[in-house]
Design a protein around this ligand. Structure first.
Ligand SMILES: [Zn+2]
Length: 377
């Protein structure tokens, strides 16, 4: 019997299984780098939950393939939607409401039985609000940041965004006279690196040639195919530190969008404030006509992932109530890649906010925001 209650419960288990599996493959790759036997109890636990559900809902599932190497080959290396191809239609229609369903393959085959976790996997992990994923570099930094007072919070976050690579002497100067917590955050956000790194022309972090490809923190950079002549080798790498990759990818790189909006407002002489009220949103705009706008910059590539994060955001509804207009702003290029991006999000916002407030909140592109600002001044 498949009652509604049982399906609901299984969907919750499936969501948990997916989180465990995704964290598990991430964890395995990490352990592998430390040259230890890559065993992940989380992956094991997640797979067991998944197999139990597959046995129940997938007629084509073969229990003899319920072990790790088969799982990696049959599932982890394929887009997640393919995992569910033969599942019962009733639960499948519900599964499609979850962003994990739209994830690309969790791991990429790098040949000879080795694999790397994909960027989509990392993005999903970063958005998961779960105790499962304590220990990601960016989460550790974020948890420390929110313990700072407002003034230090803005200073430290801005410094991190503006300095993907920093000179030791600038780091010393920045830490001088600051609280122990600021010093601790800076020390744990940065790391050393070795010879052979270049400055990435797109994001300012480090890139290095691996098997003929210049690899950066982000696929958008790696895919840019920079011409070698334009690259600048970091000769004095002993005198510099760089942000840890997770901090660069999930705090500093998206932060560029926040700073671009902030700097545009300054240029247009609109009063603006970064991360007001301890980061309840990204930028507050105060116009001369008295209107107040709240802006949350969202460098999230996949609209389904942003939709889930919006649905779990308990702070923004308060923000919407207290401002004349509130916006989720995405980079123009994300819209170019997914023309239905704004429709997907705005449909969700209409449902979440209902008649009373949906007029006040909208998801738009950076260039739309700029033109709305110009009209308001
Ligand atoms: Zn880059």
């Amino acid at each position: 019997m498949m009652t509604k209650e049982i399906i609901e419960k299984d969907l919750i288990d499936l969501r948990k299984a997916m989180a465990l599996i995704i964290y598990g493959v991430y964890e395995k790759e990490r352990i592998k780098k430390e040259n230890k036997y890559p065993y992940s109890p989380r992956l094991k636990h997640g797979m067991d939950m998944f197999f139990r559900l597959a046995l129940k809902y997938d007629n084509s599932f073969d229990l003899r393939t319920a072990y790790e190497t088969a799982f990696i080959r049959n599932y982890a290396m394929k887009p997640v939607s393919e995992w569910f191809e033969n599942w019962n239609a009733i639960i499948l229609s519900k599964i499609k409401e979850n962003s994990y369903y739209y994830l690309d393959a969790l791991v990429e085959d790098t040949g000879s039985n080795t694999y790397h976790i994909s960027e989509a996997t990392e993005d999903y992990l970063n958005l998961l609000e779960s105790d499962l994923i304590a220990g990601l570099d960016q989460k550790i930094i974020y948890e420390k940041l929110i313990k700072l007072d407002q003034e230090d919070y803005v200073k430290v976050r801005k410094f991190i965004i503006e300095n993907p690579i920093a000179d030791l002497k600038d780091l010393r100067k920045f830490k001088m006279g600051k609280s122990d917590l600021v010093v601790e955050i800076i020390n744990s956000a940065y790391e050393g690196f070795d010879y052979g790194h270049y400055v990435c022309p797109r994001c300012g972090w480090t890139i290095k040639e691996i098997n003929g490809i210049y690899k950066c923190q982000n696929q958008d950079c790696t895919k840019s195919n920079f011409s070698f002549e334009k690259l600048e080798l970091i000769e004095e790498y002993n005198d510099k530190l760089r942000l840890k990759r997770g901090v660069m990818k999930y705090i500093a790189d998206p932060g560029k969008l926040e700073l671009e909006i902030f700097n545009y407002c300054k240029e247009k002489k609109v009063d603006c404030f970064l991360w007001p009220d301890m980061d309840s949103f990204d930028i507050l705009l105060e116009f001369k006509n008295g209107k107040k706008w709240a802006v949350d910059a969202k460098a999230v590539k996949q609209p389904e992932a942003l939709r889930e994060s919006i649905a779990n955001d308990y702070i923004f509804p308060e923000v919407v109530k207290n401002h004349d207009k509130s916006f989720y702003v995405i980079p123009d290029s994300y819209y170019d890649e997914r023309k239905d991006y704004l429709t997907v999000i705005n449909r969700t916002l209409n449902i979440l906010y209902g008649e009373n407030y949906s007029e006040r909140v909208e998801c738009i592109r950076l260039k739309d925001l700029k033109s709305l600002i110009r009209k308001e001044i």
